[in-house]
Design a protein around this ligand. Structure first.
Ligand code: BT5
Length: 250
């Protein structure tokens, strides 16, 4: 990746949508859109992402990796590792990863990551890496019972600019490592070191049905390895399933 080209906006529907528009128009890898507020922030699977003004980091990066489309899901786990490290080093907060794409503090969600692909004739044209971090909110709407902000744990207002810089430095470095090896082998140990699900009972919600097991870590592709009740090790793919704790969100 060359130098980052950062575009700051006051308001946009979604930074992921804006980066997709820029990508379609030929923008270079490393284009970053950061908005103070999103009016139509997106989560996975058509969900919405609450993105009020003046509080969080809502940003998306345009990536043009020379990788097959199936390698894009690993970028989400790569980014979780980078942003987890950035938050830890910039704020000292004990941030953990909930597989595959959430960052949590004390079991509550402080960050979500959404990676989307633009595919043409079976080939990856580009990917959009979207990251939402709740930084300075002091409360959340009642319909987001698992949402939390960094400031709510730090009990002080945090500097968004410093955190953005730290996130982008970590992301740039880790992305280069990811593209170089084409998998998560260089980041897996760090990902697992912060994985809140590790050795915990999990409920796997797959299209084929629901089952339970114990999470044992990830493989180099970013699948969650779950030991099922029959004692078999099953690789669970992040594109196809959701994982919950047996007793709740974690
Ligand atoms: C995610 O989806 O966690 C991915 C979120 C990605 C947001 C970024 S912001 C910049 C970029 N531009 C975009 O438009 N999106 C990206 P998912 O795992 O599907 O979680 C979504 C669920 O989290 C929602 O259904 C809510 O329950 C909950 N949620 C919504 N807003 C939240 C918030 N601010 N903090 C915590 N939880 C939230």
């Amino acid at each position: 990746m060359q130098e980052l080209k950062i575009i700051y906006l006051d308001e946009i529907d979604s930074t992921n949508r804006e980066v997709r528009r820029l990508g379609d128009a030929g923008a270079v890898e490393g284009t970053v859109v950061i908005a103070d507020c999103q009016t139509g922030g997106k989560g996975r699977l058509g969900r919405t992402w609450f993105s009020p003004a003046g509080t969080g980091i809502w940003m998306s990066l345009l990536l043009r990796p020379e990788l097959p489309p199936e390698k894009v899901s690993g970028i989400t786990l790569m980014a979780a590792t980078s942003v987890c490290r950035a938050i830890r080093s910039a704020t000292g907060l004990n941030t953990q990863i909930k597989w595959p794409n959430d960052l949590v503090i004390d079991g509550k969600k402080v960050c979500g990551i959404l990676t989307e692909s633009a595919i043409l004739d079976g080939e990856l044209k580009f990917a959009v890496l979207g990251i939402g971090v709740n930084v300075n909110q002091t409360e959340f709407p009642g319909d987001l019972p698992h949402a939390w902000s960094l400031a709510m744990t730090a009990e002080r207002e945090l500097n968004r600019e410093g955190l953005i810089e730290c996130c982008l430095n970590c992301l740039k470095e880790d992305y280069e490592r990811y593209v170089q090896s084409g998998d998560l082998r260089q980041l897996r140990q760090e990902y697992e070191a912060h994985l809140v699900n590790l050795d915990q009972p999990v409920r796997v919600l797959s299209p084929a049905g629901e089952w339970t097991g114990v999470a044992k870590g990830i493989n180099d592709s970013g699948d969650l390895i779950v030991l099922n009740d029959q004692g078999e090790s099953v690789a669970v793919n992040s594109g196809e399933v959701s994982v919950r704790g047996v007793y709740g969100y974690i």
